[in-house]
Design a protein around this ligand. Structure first.
Ligand code: ADP
Length: 351
């Protein structure tokens, strides 16, 4: 049987710079405060932590938090990715391998198949699984008791998680995009670990161009470090960094080539009319999921695109950023929606 594969995060994330303790996890203060209380309570009672669901766009720290939870609880972390758990028996095997108070991290948990979900329900609620042994008329269901454990599920699409599964998590923690000052602290920490000298203005510039995402911030630090090594730069200053980021295709808002390609299509080809995500994905030759998970949330947050029931549309802000004249359709839609907003405000004021 093929064992469920362990997610390879090393290609993009340097494990050396991952915070291992909650106190080193920067930002997300509400979330970390909640988690700290639950961890302290579980430790005090000598119990496993309640099952935790972490949701939010990629690169915001879900995997890091799972490792922190295991570390803070002094337990072992087991990692799996839902798309790799194709058969219920793979999941059953993972669960039976867990020792007392171990942490099982399942990434992309919204992609777990229905049959695997069925296995999880009694495991999460009552600490056992039912396995079928034998075949045909001799098949029997056997109940296997599990050790007390914590499931940490991560999802970029919490809306796609089934209600019964969601209900079985005691702690639901939502990660949000990071502010510039938090990213600056993450960049300073990473630079310190890499022994890279970087001027405060340059830290600020990197933070502003990191798409509000720690993974991108760290990735940029690594790319910039490569350029600095090759060019014999000992201290990174803002003007040099600006040139370097331009060479990397990262613009002043942190958009990359693919983001700009998507926006140009929406503006120039669609002239501000809605475009379906599957059509857009085909036009830029990318997977639909990549667009939905890696590009849209950030551009929505920045107000560069909007989602409508008929598809995605670009905004005036996107046109201005790319220096493209605003198509009439976009201007009209935004005027209509601001009139609607004004009228609804008047109505609310009168209430
Ligand atoms: P996700 O699982 O949500 O895709 P990860 O946990 O893999 O994100 O985080 C991506 C990278 O960003 C990791 O290498 C980690 O070092 C860094 N990182 C994420 N969040 C933080 C944080 N709050 N403080 C410091 N570093 C962080």
């Amino acid at each position: 049987m093929s064992a469920p594969s362990v997610r390879d995060t090393t290609s993009d994330d340097d494990l050396q710079i991952r915070p291992l303790q909650l106190q080193d996890f920067i930002g997300q203060s509400e979330l970390t405060a909640k988690l700290a209380v639950s961890l302290a309570a579980a430790q005090k009672r000598g119990e496993a932590l309640d099952h935790v669901l972490l949701s939010g766009p990629p690169g915001l720290g879900k995997t890091t938090l799972a490792a922190i939870i295991a570390n803070e609880m002094g337990s072992k972390l087991h990692t799996a990715s839902a798309p790799a758990i194709t058969r219920p028996r793979d999941l059953a095997r993972l669960l039976t391998l867990l020792e007392k108070r171990d942490v099982l991290f399942i990434d992309e948990i919204h992609r777990l198949g229905a049959a695997c979900e069925e296995i999880l329900y009694p495991a999460l609620e009552d600490g056992f699984i039912e396995v079928i042994v034998g075949e045909g008329v001799t098949a029997q269901s056997i109940r296997l008791n599990l050790q007390e454990f914590t499931l940490v599920g991560a999802t970029t699409r919490s809306g796609m998680l089934s209600a019964p599964l969601k209900d079985r998590f005691g702690l639901e923690l939502k990660l949000d995009f990071y502010g510039t000052s938090e990213l600056a602290r993450i960049i300073e920490r990473t630079a310190r670990l890499y022994e890279l000298q970087i001027h405060p203005d340059a830290v600020q510039m990197l933070a502003e161009r990191s798409r509000m995402t720690p993974r991108i911030a760290n990735r940029l630090v690594r790319r910039v470090r490569d350029y600095a090594t090759v060019e014999h730069i000992t201290s990174i200053e803002a003007p040099w960094l600006d040139d370097c980021l331009q060479q990397l295709g990262v613009d002043t808002m942190g958009l990359n080539q693919l983001d700009r390609k998507i926006l140009r299509l929406l503006i120039e080809r669609y002239q501000g009319r809605p475009a379906g995500v599957s059509t857009l994905a085909a036009l830029v030759d990318e997977e639909e999921r990549t667009l939905i998970e890696d590009h849209e949330p950030f551009m929505l947050r920045l107000g560069l695109i909007e989602k409508s029931p008929r598809g995605r549309v670009a905004t005036t802000r996107a046109c201005r950023h790319l220096n493209i004249p605003v198509p009439a359709e976009i201007r009209q839609r935004e005027t209509d929606s601001s009139v609607q907003q004004y009228e609804s405000n008047l109505f609310t004021d009168r209430d």
